[in-house]
Design a protein around this ligand. Sequence first.
Ligand SMILES: *[C@@H]1O[C@H](CO)[C@@H](O)[C@H](O)[C@H]1NC(C)=O
Ligand SMILES: *[C@@H]1O[C@H](CO)[C@@H](O)[C@H](O)[C@H]1NC(C)=O
Ligand SMILES: *[C@@H]1O[C@H](CO)[C@@H](O)[C@H](O)[C@H]1NC(C)=O
Ligand SMILES: *[C@@H]1O[C@H](CO)[C@@H](O)[C@H](O)[C@H]1NC(C)=O
Ligand SMILES: *[C@@H]1O[C@H](CO)[C@@H](O)[C@H](O)[C@H]1NC(C)=O
Ligand SMILES: *[C@@H]1O[C@H](CO)[C@@H](O)[C@H](O)[C@H]1NC(C)=O
Ligand SMILES: *[C@@H]1O[C@H](CO)[C@@H](O)[C@H](O)[C@H]1NC(C)=O
Ligand SMILES: *[C@@H]1O[C@H](CO)[C@@H](O)[C@H](O)[C@H]1NC(C)=O
Ligand SMILES: *[C@@H]1O[C@H](CO)[C@@H](O)[C@H](O)[C@H]1NC(C)=O
Length: 821
Amino acid sequence: MKYCLPLFFLSLISAVRFSHALDTISTTAWIQEGQSLISAQGTFELGFFNSSDSSRRYVGIWYKKITAQTVVWVANRFKPLRGSAGVLKVTSQGSLELHEKNRTGEIFWTTNSSAPNGGSPVAQLLDTGNLVVLDRAGGNILWQSFDYPTDTLLAAMKLGRNRTSGFDRFLTAWTSPDDPSPGNYTFKLDPGGYPQLLLEQGDTIKFNTGPWNGIRWSGTPNLTPNPYYAYEFILTNDEMYYHYTLRNDTVITRLFLSSSGVLQRYTWIDRMQGWLLYLTEPIDNCDTHSLCGPYGSCNINNSPVCGCLEGFNPKNSSEWDLTDWTAGCVRRTVMECGKEIFVKYPSVRLPDTQHSWFNRSMNLQECEAHCRSNCSCMAYSSLDISGGGAGTGCLEWTSGLIDIREYKEKGQDLYIRMSESEKGLLQSNKKKHKVTIIAGVASGAFLIVLALLLFFVARKLGKKDKSKTVKGFRLDTGQNDEGHDEDLELPLFDMATIAAATDNFSLLNKIGEGGFGPVYKGKLSNGQEIAVKKLSSNSKQGLDEFKNEVLYVAKLQHRNLVKLLGCCIQEENLLVYEYMPNKSLDSFLFDQEQRKELDWSKRFSIVNGIARGLLYLHQDSRLRIIHRDLKASNILLDNDMNPKISDFGLAKSFGGNQTEANTNRVVGTYGYMSPEYAIDGVFSIKSDVFSYGVLVLETVSGKRNRGFNHPDHRHNLLGHAWRLFSEGKPLDLLDPLMDGSCNMSEAARCIQIGLLCVQRCPEDRPTMAKVVMMLGSEIELPGPKEPGFFNERKLLGDDTSSSSQAAYSANEVTMTLLTAR
Ligand SMILES: *[C@@H]1O[C@H](CO)[C@@H](O)[C@H](O)[C@H]1NC(C)=O
Ligand SMILES: *[C@@H]1O[C@H](CO)[C@@H](O)[C@H](O)[C@H]1NC(C)=O
Ligand SMILES: *[C@@H]1O[C@H](CO)[C@@H](O)[C@H](O)[C@H]1NC(C)=O
Ligand SMILES: *[C@@H]1O[C@H](CO)[C@@H](O)[C@H](O)[C@H]1NC(C)=O
Ligand SMILES: *[C@@H]1O[C@H](CO)[C@@H](O)[C@H](O)[C@H]1NC(C)=O
Ligand SMILES: *[C@@H]1O[C@H](CO)[C@@H](O)[C@H](O)[C@H]1NC(C)=O
Ligand SMILES: *[C@@H]1O[C@H](CO)[C@@H](O)[C@H](O)[C@H]1NC(C)=O
Ligand SMILES: *[C@@H]1O[C@H](CO)[C@@H](O)[C@H](O)[C@H]1NC(C)=O
Ligand SMILES: *[C@@H]1O[C@H](CO)[C@@H](O)[C@H](O)[C@H]1NC(C)=O
């Protein structure tokens, strides 16, 4: 590709200087390790840099004026230098080459460019950060690094493609923060339908920005006009690309694709001498590609986040209820072509445009007519809303609509094709579900009555036979949510059904005894297995806790939380859960025989699953919940040994900002309680983190924290783990029964993360978000401080004689302490 060189370019080319910092590389002047190439204004520098262990060396470009070395481009990311010193030179043919000083044969990297005969090729670093190879005689750019981005998009770089030649410029993340070789994540323009940008891991789409709407990408509401940079999407017959330009040359900002697959925009703040994270994508769970499947809709303020678009039902409701939403939703009424209406869904993120069609000159009426005329058109919207009003242009979708999400603001109107017979139903639900119908609203009492009648008939038909619906339960979320109706639809089982299912609460069916009462296994007449928790009349868990649990659990849905199927509040208070055939984690972990079944990969996935479930409780679910009694016996295992957190009886919601609370009833289990909670009754999400840390250490060691004893010392498991860690042999903690199956680096990370979670000061402990991140990446972990309850027995004034240890290790129940306050 040849670019015409503007005049000012030529003036930048100055005479060759032999010094440690060159401004031009030519056939007679080259740079070797220890030297660098600097741009005219000294903004960028090109030189050699090392991996942190110095075993691999690369040629890269970084900001010259910034103290923290920030590499924005790498030349030889495929083939690092390992042996003798490297040299970067321009050949007389016109290509820039990297090879070792002594062995000229092996080329580590080359631009493959060629200059015309007799030309005089030179390489130069421009102040934009662009490394160019020029033909000084002809004034053409022979090659430029901006055409081969690595993981950073600098100002004026193009992210996109040439439509004629198909030449594509996209970001490829590093393998890890210390390894520039191409990793699994890419961020590139998808030219399929109307262009959108895709963040992919291998061939799997992780996130898409949605189509460009003239103002921003439909799925990036945080991309807003700002004092630092202006951004734009260009679509011509020849090219399509995204780029941004600096508003002021003094601004330093970059868009970066991290090795863990997150897009981040950083801006350098001189005063702080640091990079400020300015924007990040994806933002939340709802940004996960195809999370809710076709015709699903994601709303981050809902729990669960996925719902079906109005007029649609889950395709597979059993999977849907288990929070596997990938199958998506299907139309409630089969659509007949030619008899349809278009329903307006206001303020949504537009769907994935891989299968779309567009015309930039149509208006919205023409767009509707065009969509109506073709039965495979499922929805349409305006293409460009930058001019305000209804917008201009036409964008149509021809397959299942995925990636729709609801936005409070900054969404767009989407018109979806619906069967004409849905008209009445949609109208009657209008108030509840905020669906607006574009078709003229026919008023009149008669019509409304008719619609309501239809609505109730439809609901009745769609309802399961034996279960009724409790409508009276209302959840107090502690925050006023604009008067949203929070009615729960929780199936109500009657006593007779449950008694029949459990063989009249036969002792044979009893599978456990919680802190609140017995738990029975049962089988409904349709064959479904259930676990029934009976609230014993003398239980410490009163009606309040019972209601609490019902409401919380019903609201929470996540694959790592046990699912509540329904309840019964007749003469007995009962909770009906899905049955977990593999019982609880403690029945495996603390049993000599069963423990053998838990190899490392199972334990690691259990530790990960619990972390995700807890993160959901703490942060991702709208309610923000502290579990307060996390322990091995509250972790149930499904058929595939996936962990599911159970027992929210003690769950207490803490509203939006409140992360710590004081209670005069301390509820929890010795061995898992954090010091600040057990002693002062102060609980916070960090007390759950403590319990999680104990669980992690128990899982890797196969030993209980409480009742742990060791011939050498009198510490509990936490103290023991800490001791081994500080002696530099943390892996001695591992359960010997896992020998052979263990991934040592994962295990070492787990132990360190466990220790970080059980640190004495709550402020020192990581959040669950951090824990999930640390478990899933290779980032460096901080060194843990001494754990809390290093020697728990002394603190709680427990008897340490070995006879009583046996007693309390065998029987572990939830305690309630009343403290005077
Ligand atoms: C990089 O590695 C080379 C060769 O091993 C060494 O001479 C140099 O000091 C290293 N530089 C840094 C910054 O570590
Ligand atoms: C590399 O070249 C330098 C001088 O250019 C020489 O001193 C050194 O011995 C050479 N090393 C090897 C391994 O050939
Ligand atoms: C340069 O050309 C060689 C041989 O055709 C090819 O293997 C290599 O991938 C090319 N390098 C680049 C950076 O295009
Ligand atoms: C796109 O590619 C074509 C064919 O290689 C070329 O003629 C054209 O100049 C390119 N356009 C741009 C903007 O680089
Ligand atoms: C990239 O994907 C491959 C195959 O899925 C996997 O083996 C490898 O570990 C991944 N690499 C990174 C850095 O995630
Ligand atoms: C750019 O920013 C600097 C520092 O904030 C300011 O002094 C200068 O006036 C700005 N230049 C322009 C063209 O806005
Ligand atoms: C729903 O999904 C479950 C589990 O994947 C499967 O067993 C069942 O056959 C599916 N039902 C339908 C109607 O597709
Ligand atoms: C787009 O719509 C305009 C106006 O209806 C029409 O003239 C034009 O041919 C259409 N272009 C395409 C590519 O369909
Ligand atoms: C309807 O749309 C589909 C998908 O865009 C297209 O393949 C088909 O040719 C269209 N049919 C008509 C009659 O325009």
